[in-house]
Design a protein around this ligand. Structure first.
Ligand code: TTP
Length: 241
């Protein structure tokens, strides 16, 4: 299993915090955001990890994480020239992953549940993670049938409030790179990860598994959610002292 942290993008919703600093290097509690993802991957016994980021920030990430030796892993840095979407960022890791499976984390997502067993015991083609949210219209949300089979991910469905959103953690077999090649840019001009996930979900060829997170999850991509992430981190910290 290879690990991938996607830490490119524009971070415009966090301006001016992210004008001169990459979003994933901002502090959340006592550590930079990206370290939280790194810990999740290492916790799943992953030893080879790629970090995808913008050209101007590669040196900042390597200054922080270096070779990965301190974290008992080997880190590769990949450059995303332009922010072309999450799936486009992931496509840059095709050679890195080779014939292996990969666990992909969005660098601005934080959650408390362990995904160690999901990583170690992965034997399907794709595994997704969902969290209940009261504002489903903001996210890619899971559509399930009466037998709780996942039938689709719907992007930002209008008027939907209570829903299960697909969080930024995905485990894939290596067909993911073939599947990225099949998708077209969305109305935003980006290669969307929901399009890739829908290929897995809708094709009979693939076995897709999913899990609902039980504890907290947040992204940190807006001022409001960034503050929430810091509150969770503070609670976590104060429960250890
Ligand atoms: P988003 O929050 O959807 O996009 P963004 O980071 O560009 O922020 P904004 O919309 O405020 O401009 O990205 C989610 C995660 O995916 C984030 O952690 C960064 C990563 N990402 C990439 O690595 N490359 C990309 O091209 C995009 C769009 C996102």
């Amino acid at each position: 299993m290879k690990g991938i942290i996607l830490a490119g993008g524009s971070g415009t919703r966090l301006h001016p915090l992210t004008v001169a600093v990459n979003k994933h290097l901002l502090p959340v509690g006592a550590k930079p955001m990206v370290l939280r993802c790194l810990e999740k991957l290492i916790g799943g016994d992953i030893e080879e990890i790629a970090i995808v980021t913008n050209p101007e920030y590669v040196s900042n990430f390597s200054a922080l994480l270096k070779s990965g030796k301190k974290y008992n892993c080997d880190i590769t840095y990949k450059v995303q020239d332009e922010p072309g979407g999450i799936a486009q960022a992931l496509s840059l890791c095709e050679n890195f992953v080779g014939g292996d499976n990969c666990t992909v984390l969005l660098g601005d997502n934080m959650f408390d549940d362990s995904i160690k067993d999901d990583i170690i015991n992965f034997n399907g083609d794709c595994k997704l993670f969902f969290k209940h949210v009261p504002d489903g219209f903001r996210y890619g949300v899971g559509v399930f049938d009466e037998e709780n089979r996942l039938i689709e991910i719907k992007e930002k469905p209008k008027n939907i409030t209570d829903a299960y959103c697909a969080i930024g953690a995905y485990i894939y077999n290596n067909s993911v790179f073939e599947n990225i090649k099949k998708i077209e840019p969305s109305y935003r001009g980006e290669l969307e990860i929901s399009s890739v996930n829908n290929i897995y979900i809708k094709s009979e060829e693939y076995k897709v598994d999913y899990k609902f997170l039980e504890s907290w999850w947040t992204d940190a991509g807006t001022i409001e959610s960034y503050e929430r992430a810091n509150l969770y981190a503070y609670d976590e910290y104060s429960s250890t002292i």
